[in-house]
Design a protein around this ligand. Sequence first.
Ligand code: C5P
Length: 410
Amino acid sequence: MPTLTGRHIILGITGGIAAYKSALLVRDLVREGAEVQVVMTPAATQFVTPLTFATLSRRDVIVEMFPATPGQPTAQWTAHIDLGVWADLMLIAPATANTLAKITVGMADNFLTSLVLALRGPLVVAPTMDVDMYQHTATQRNLALLRERGVHVIEPESGELASGLTGPGRLPDPAIIMDVVRAILAGRKRDLEGKQVLVTAGPTQEPIDPVRYIGNRSSGKMGFALAEAAVARGARVTLIAGPVHLPTPSGADRVDVSTAQEMMDAVLGRFENCDVLIMAAAVGDFTPAAVAQSKIKREKAGAAHLTIECVQNPDILRTAAERRSRQILVGFALETDNGLTHAREKRTAKKLDLIVLNDPRVEGAAFGAETNVVTLIGRDDTATPLPLLPKLEVAHHILDRVVHLLPPAR
Ligand code: C5P
């Protein structure tokens, strides 16, 4: 695991009840060797005193932009600019709806928001608020815009909120936030510079008639995390996505497809020029033999049964493997029984360099989860299990393996 020794991290704390949990974040960051500068909004000081964070971070906490006595010189006058250059990463946790709105439009009305504008490194935000504020269109649009600008948004956890309501809005466990911070800083190695990486993500949809399809429950999050991580490491990334409503990681080229055949065409058309193909998509194995031109009526389908004849879809990975020259091939295996055996067989049959095994029944690895629990199996069939990690960090572990498989740069 990478540590944070010598890393400069700004922890921004805004005015939400979860501010008390930020104390644990300061403690964990300092424990891992980071130098932590805490910056609070004035509202945050209503929840927790700056003294708590100053003690834990062993640095004065910055709240105000201007000196208490107007006109007095202050060492902090240009501190937001200096800190913007100093920081390897800024994390705002908790991030209120108000601060998120301000940073979306580029307001600079307090020290923290001014610092965000002066920041050169990556910005991570952990939105934390009541469920209705979080789900409000204004907040969701702001988050979508921030994501588009490359801001890392750590999704809030669902559960009981301070208001007594239940839903998304809780600050995730500090361990999850720490994993994201580590992953982003690890990702800044740029060890995939100049490499062309092709990633597939999400489900496929096989039409039955104009309104129905055969699909699956893949959320696409693992593939999108892989694309994000590969961009961060300097790769040129094409993300071939099945039908999912996820924001495109900034810097990745996205190609939207629907059926397995469309995905196959999109992959094979780009395969020759790529260095790495990662098939994280859950490609449908079967497709209806014929697509009805108009909606199949209940009456027409017969009494109690409807039979849809299906044919097998082409296997994208197998086809790619037959055409490979230098490419590294990574596949996923979703197994519920005898996972290791099946994954090893699949890796050999599909001639893959690496297979990523996961079991959706394991806690934290379900469809749509922010985290995953996987085992990596390489060319020598050795199985390396990884602990429960955010998908972005799982992505970096996979890319660490890919980097070692690539031929050395000349
Ligand atoms: O055989 P299975 O579907 O379990 O293999 C999973 C791996 O193969 C995944 O990486 C998936 O993206 C890929 N796959 C494919 N073409 C298919 C089916 C699966 O490339 N038709």
